[in-house]
Write a protein that binds this ligand. Structure first.
Ligand SMILES: [Zn+2]
Length: 361
């Protein structure tokens, strides 16, 4: 049985298979309308995220299945102090597959230790959000027709944006992908992503501080929100903010087949005048999210049926003695799960938490 906790839990072949299945679902909606008849998805949303929950819900409904769950921990027995693992043991009696959203990092992985049904991480804190990454991949595939030989510009908050980190990681598995990082100095991509992902996978990348100079090169422009709170100095924010706002004038220099993506919600980093441009793909991206979740749930249910043995590969070879996770928002510091660590492959002597990837202390 397989779970999806991090985008890299799926091999490149499995990822491509899910994208191809999503495209087949789009082309043949009727064929899939009864595929999950009698099946139940449980959406365990410990923190509210209405759009992600509705995307999962409508995905399961389009497959003919049903949905149970909660949209806020206040309305569940969690408010009585039940652990994530106990909640999952209970939900296993009611549902065939679980989508979990949690503010505690590593909570979905901890759930896989006890679960008898596949678990999908629907976002755990600032750690991982693999169905957003699958959504982005499907959108790029549909807009451009391929996932290799692309130049992708990431614009905005590259420091804290987990969708950006995950997508760079996912794109590093395709041939001849170039990355241009467009960000103010305060919000540049963290150096460990540069060394562990870009350098290790041989991704060609460069950093620039405005989008206009690179616009004609891009096949994809991935926009993110630049939040005022991220700046120590408000004047600095006011000085740089317009460099990271997409308007019709800047877009005029782009290729005619370029696509603009955004994980949404957008605030003002893409002006409304851009929405009518055929290159604005961010609302199509939302719909792709539903189709890719349909494909993902179909495959996870199929794999669980063929091999119901719970997978323990995430915990194999991990050690627990003498380490504590340095992340206060990690499940291993907040619930009674056994802390587990693995030595980093790129930093000898450094142990990283199995649940949230933070360093041990
Ligand atoms: Zn941790």
């Amino acid at each position: 049985m397989k779970h999806l906790i991090d985008p890299t839990d799926l091999s490149l072949e499995e990822t491509n298979d899910i994208i191809a299945l999503a495209e087949d679902i789009i082309a043949n909606r009727r064929k899939y309308a009864e595929c999950c008849r009698g099946r139940k998805l449980a959406t365990l949303f410990y923190e509210p995220s209405t759009r992600t929950r509705l995307s999962f819900t409508s995905a399961m409904m389009e497959l003919g299945g049903n949905v149970i769950g909660f949209s806020d921990a206040k309305n569940s027995s969690v408010s009585k102090g039940e652990t994530v693992q106990d909640t999952v043991r209970v939900i296993n009696c009611f549902a065939d597959i679980i989508a979990m959203r949690h503010s505690i990092e590593g909570a979905p992985l901890a759930a896989t230790e006890v679960s008898r049904t596949p678990i999908i991480n629907a976002g755990d804190g600032s750690h991982s959000h693999p169905t957003q990454t699958l959504t982005d991949l499907l959108t790029i595939k549909r807009e451009l027709g391929h996932l290799d030989n692309l130049t992708i510009g990431f614009c905005g908050d590259l420091k804290f944006g987990r969708t950006v980190h995950s997508l760079i990681k996912a794109m590093s598995r395709y041939e001849n992908v170039k990355v241009i990082l467009i960000a103010p100095p305060e919000l540049r991509l963290p150096s460990y992503i540069k060394t562990e992902v870009c350098d290790k996978c041989g991704i060609d990348y460069r950093e620039v501080s405005d989008m206009e100079s690179v616009m004609p090169e891009l096949d994809i422009l991935y926009m993110t929100r630049v939040q005022k709170e991220r700046f120590l100095d408000e004047e600095e924010f006011d000085r740089v903010k317009d460099c990271f706002v997409l308007d019709a004038k800047k877009l005029a220099a782009a290729k005619s087949k370029m696509a603009v993506l955004h994980p949404l919600p957008r605030v003002n980093e893409i002006l409304q005048e851009v929405d009518a441009d055929p290159r604005a793909a961010y609302f199509r991206q939302v719909e792709n999210g539903k189709f890719v979740r349909m494909a993902l749930m179909l495959r996870l249910l199929e794999w669980a049926e063929n091999d119901p043995t719970p997978s323990t590969s995430a915990f194999e070879g991990a050690v627990s003695e003498g380490h504590v996770c340095s992340n206060a928002r990690c499940i291993s510091n907040l619930e009674p799960v056994k802390p587990l660590f693995r030595e980093s492959q790129t930093e000898p002597g450094v142990y990283r938490c199995v649940y949230c990837e933070a360093k041990a202390r």
